[in-house]
Write a protein of this length. Sequence first.
Length: 433
Amino acid sequence: MIENLDELRKELKYEKTNQCVQCGYCLPACPTYATMGKETHSPRGRINLVKMVGEGRITDLSVLEEPLDLCLGCRACETVCPTGVEYGAILEAARAAITRRKKFSFPVQTLRKTLFRKVFPSRKAMKLLGNSLWLYEKSGIQKLARKSGLMSRLPAHLGEFEAITPPAVSPSERSSLPSYTPAKGEKKYTVAFFVGCVMDAMFRKINQLSVKLLAEVGCDVIVIPNQTCCGALHAHAGELDETKVLAKKNIASFEQEEVDFIVNNAGGCGAMLIEYDHLLADEPEWAERAERFAEKTKDISQILAECGGIKGLERPPERVTYQRSCHMTNVQKVTKEPLQLIKDVPNVEFIEMKDAPMCCGSAGIYNLVHYKASMDILDQKMERVKDTKATTIITTNPGCLLQMKLGIERENVKANLRAVHLVEYLAEAAGIS
């Protein structure tokens, strides 16, 4: 049974559900509605369920669990909504309300606590993970595991994801990211670089190239030593209280340096960082600090474009397409700068794919916990990619990058199609390694 209804309404952000007029403009933009065809798996259907809980017409919150759990959180519905419904705020509040009341089994509860409190927020733990991946590759264990067929017997399709894991950097190279990198030539800005958790563990090379590109265009780059995870994965999993803890740690850490911008290279991280002001709006001692932090937060493409872009070398003609990060597009509203940077590379033929803003199905760990639903969305996306006849897919988010690599493997087109992060592509074009 439901407790105090007024308190529950506040927790669910019920007042925000009244913005939804149930017009249906969100339906064509929703990936899960497109693939599942259920009203309960559309934005307006999910909002209506939350609304009914807030009005006491649904008294069992578990009814919300599957529809909300199967939502990608891409927030494309917000971009097309004519009445400005804050779907993301409603979704995260409802997920948090469910999580606070759900009785997880002991193993699941232990795993969640370990990952969300001990692993993702810990620079040491993520460094250990990155070094372990390097050891797994270099020791020969990876080659043996793949040759033995063990990968195909792993649960939850982990073998498929192992096959697309990017090469790890060595422990010595991992420790080489400097705390300060001076601008080349005239200094335009001083920026603090947000390294992330998954980005730093699995995509360290992209972080290294990001710092080099920022310096190349005229930025002094500072890497704050005691920064932590952005909290996006926590928020998506309903761990909103822990998200606030991480947000406060990051705000306090980045306040230690006077910088013009706080720069990230992952669409999902950036979306979380720029919403710290909304996250902490009800906490007077943090609200103003969070607002200043959010105002300074920029995607790397914005800074590179602002500084004049990357001077690419002459190269053979190449046809490319761009997989838009949902959170960059729908939350950060960064759409022009990546395209500008791509089109400025010499001899690039850019082909926009059909339904370009549609989600690829990655969504954090969605492709791990909802594999079939994710693959249904990915298969549609890959049809759009193949129609472009591009030889390179450019992305701006680690989840999108892995999902595109997985799509390439599933379509068996690895011989003539690759997926790279925008930072990798620009560094390659400029001859930076």
